[in-house]
Design a protein around this ligand. Structure first.
Ligand SMILES: Nc1ncnc2c1ncn2[C@@H]1O[C@H](COP(=O)(O)OP(=O)(O)OP(=O)(O)O)[C@@H](O)[C@H]1O
Ligand SMILES: [Mg+2]
Length: 322
């Protein structure tokens, strides 16, 4: 954890948050969230509506004061050292803040001026080009479509040349083409060394871009780590076909290491935490003289795991930290 790292090491950690907590009207919106994001990664922050993603991101950026916990960006505390902590950090929380009566280009000039001097027209044009708004840069933002505003918001981040970018549900309001464009852009930025924290309520969105993610439900982290690891765990459910399903369910219920035994219409399903537990299954069936017609891993989609994790806020899957 960040607190045990030396000062030199923690300075390279883009986000190190510990114990973040925020309660609104006696209702915990965020309840003890720890988050570590490493340099150059696109880190996913996943959770259903109301899970606490936006509140967490506001605290990460120092826009909301946590009731407890702390945030360090590149080793600097967001509350005690806000200017240094937020240098080189850009983000969009929910909607980009734009001056709608000004042109896209003027908005970018103003934003660039926040933390850089002498940003020339050519650079502004290049950023407009990057978000495919070059030909509309002179138009007022009030005349932009929602997707164009989203892209201008991202341009407003890029023009500040951040090394850390926080994007809260950036795919909202984008059409499939816009989403594809955003993915390509984030990949390029990450290849150039930028760190990105990307929140979404859509697993598919995060799965495409992120190797690691935190899944949050009811203000708590219910999974943190590699998405591949989650996929692997998802595969540890099996379906067994046998001539006597009723007897099979009773046999399986007594096998050590098995859980969630449930009878389907023409199979019995169960979960194991370790593949070796399957040995107990074959032994039990051999002992009872009951035939196993087939025993196949159930291809649980990650989507279902996500749903199960976030439906039941208790940490079903233990944390898989690096
Ligand atoms: N300013 C506020 N005042 C009162 N309650 C708030 C405030 N901001 C957030 N909340 C509450 O905190 C909880 C978490 O909200 P938050 O906006 O962080 O969720 P979210 O994960 O971003 O959801 P969504 O996917 O819908 O954007 C919700 O119950 C919300 O009502
Ligand atoms: Mg939100």
């Amino acid at each position: 954890m960040a607190t045990t790292r030396s000062a030199g090491e923690s300075a390279v950690v883009p986000i190190a948050a510990t114990g973040l907590t925020k309660t609104y009207r006696d209702r915990p919106a965020v309840d003890g969230i720890d988050l570590t994001v490493m340099p150059g990664e696109i880190y996913g922050f996943l959770g259903p509506n109301g899970a606490g993603k936006t509140t967490t991101m506001r605290m990460l950026l120092g826009l909301v004061r946590p009731d407890a916990g702390s945030v360090r960006l590149f080793g600097r505390d967001v509350w005690t050292d806000p200017l240094a902590a937020r240098a080189g950090v850009a983000g969009i929380i929910e909607e980009p803040r734009l001056y709608t009566y000004l042109s896209g280009r003027t908005n970018l000039r103003l934003l660039a001026g926040y933390d850089r001097e002498g940003v020339g027209d050519q650079e502004i044009d290049e950023v407009l080009e990057t978000v495919e708004l070059r030909d509309r840069g002179g138009d007022r933002v009030s005349e932009y479509s929602q997707g164009m505003r989203q892209r201008l918001g991202i341009a407003g981040c890029l023009v500040r040349r951040p090394r850390l970018l926080l994007l809260d549900e950036p795919a909202n309001g984008l059409d499939p083409g816009g989403i594809r464009f955003l993915r390509g852009l984030l990949r390029r930025l990450s290849e150039q060394g930028m760190t990105v924290l990307l929140s979404s309520h859509l697993l598919a969105e995060v799965q495409i871009l992120c190797e690691r993610a935190a899944i949050v439900a009811a203000g708590r982290i219910v999974y943190e780590g590699e998405l591949d690891e989650l996929r692997h765990r998802a595969g540890l459910r099996y379906r067994l076909d046998t001539p006597d399903l009723g007897r099979a369910a009773a046999l399986l219920a007594a096998v050590p290491g098995l859980s969630e035994v449930e009878a389907g219409p023409d199979y019995v399903g169960f979960a194991v935490s370790d593949e070796d537990d399957l040995l107990g299954v074959t032994k039990a069936f051999a002992g009872a003289g009951l035939l196993i017609r087939s025993l196949v891993p159930e291809q649980l989609t990650l989507e279902r795991v996500f749903f199960e994790l976030t439906e039941d806020p208790a940490p079903v899957v233990e944390e898989a930290r690096r």
